[in-house]
Design a protein around this ligand. Structure first.
Ligand SMILES: C[S@@+](CC[C@H](N)C(=O)[O-])C[C@H]1O[C@@H](n2cnc3c(N)ncnc32)[C@H](O)[C@@H]1O
Length: 185
């Protein structure tokens, strides 16, 4: 996929926060979502949707009575998504995903079945990454999954430290090629 102009402009403005020069490919999107049993998934969370490549696919597959909380810290991306996607199952939140538990309390949601994360973990301090991952782990249901892509294996240590099971797959068909970590409690 060629770099998308508005995505690249946001990367240029907020390199550490955005962490990629273009949206993820269809191949990576499919890899991120391939292990989700949408028919049994009631609460989904997406972290860092950017232009919404994963968001749209999730909405096309999730159940009519499921709930989808989407956290985007970048206000431009957040506003663009809110304008582009109108669906009563989704709540767009312009805030950092580190506050996930606060929002679950606010919406009276007990646990999350699936978290899909595009967070650029390699741009964060290790202590902050561990804090985020512990928050996500504690918000998951017992059979819940945390699915995260990264462009390297650098964060494997932190992910295996927090989650008891971490499965890693890879796709060459993305710019840059990416690893997908599927983690369970
Ligand atoms: C690598 S981009 C991925 C965009 C999109 N999911 C894709 O795959 O094309 C990472 C996204 O995470 C967002 N982000 C970074 N830190 C965040 C945080 N603490 N909470 C929520 N979103 C965050 C960025 O603004 C950016 O949109």
């Amino acid at each position: 996929m060629l770099p998308n102009k508005s995505f690249f402009q946001r990367f240029w403005k907020e390199k550490k926060m955005v962490g990629a020069i273009s949206p993820s490919s269809t191949f990576l999107t499919n890899k991120m979502l391939e292990n989700i049993a949408f028919d049994k998934t009631k609460v989904l969370v997406e972290i860092g949707p950017g232009t919404g490549v994963f968001t749209k696919k999730v909405l096309s597959r999730m159940q009519a009575d499921s709930v989808f909380l989407v956290f985007e810290l970048n206000t431009d991306f957040h506003q663009e998504l809110q304008t582009k996607i109108v669906d009563k199952r989704v709540v767009f939140i312009n805030d950092s995903a580190e506050k996930l538990q606060d929002y679950l309390d606010q919406f009276n949601i007990h646990k999350v079945d699936v978290i899909i994360s595009s967070l650029p973990l390699s741009n964060f301090y290790k202590r902050f990454t561990l804090k985020l991952l512990r928050t996500f782990q504690s918000c998951l249901s017992d059979s819940g999954k945390y699915i995260q892509f990264q462009y390297s294996l650098k964060q494997k240590k932190e992910l295996t430290h927090v989650f008891s099971k971490v499965n890693i797959t890879f796709t060459l068909w993305n710019i840059p090629p990416a690893f997908v970590y599927t983690c369970s409690k």
